[in-house]
Design a protein around this ligand. Sequence first.
Ligand SMILES: [Zn+2]
Length: 243
Amino acid sequence: MIKRFRRLPWWGKGIVGVVGAGLTVLCGFVGLSVYSQTQSNSVPHIRRWFNDRDARAELITYEACEDAPFILPTPGFIGLLWNDPAGPYTIFRRHSGIDIFGDGEPGTIPVRAVYAGYLTRQSNWVSAVIIRHDDPLQEGRIIWTYYTHMASGNGESYIPDRFPPGTENVFVKQGDIIGYQGQYNGPNIRPIGLHLHFSIVLSERDGSFKNETDASNTLDPSPYFGLTVNIDDRPERPIRCES
Ligand SMILES: [Zn+2]
């Protein structure tokens, strides 16, 4: 084999090299993907949600637990969990929040403030808001709850007129409608499916919110809802209050 390889013309060696490199990269991707799926049990459920409409009713979570400080922001199938390595966009990073997939048309399923606080929508935020709260589980700490994908695929916002871009520190009560589930994924044209991405974000020293896309800047939402939404616990689906 080695002799034969040596006899290959220069362009032949080039092709062998390129194919070899390609295979190495491909194996890397497949390996990473397989690894991700062993760390997560979310993918079969997400497939089922999108491929079997009849299964949807039994996958939906409607409420958080009664004694929990937060209400659930929106009803739906809690598909991708906190710290989840699975999913089309999280192979190289953990998921910073939970994805709640609603059963309905874009722009019709309400999203509510999980807890009272002060809402901000930065001037370039088409589909997102963030709310500042006094942490109900750790006295003296400021936390933020972040809600996104609340616009149509082409960027028609589903956030009420009450919160235009540039909104800062507007008080909202627990349960106030702050938007509707959508499919907006920025200029990225890959479809993401109708859902709300929700996360709990830590503060910087100056009280501003940390970078939400990094899971290490976020908190496990489980104790705030009384629901098991941490992928490390591999919860059964649907996720429901057990108490
Ligand atoms: Zn998400």
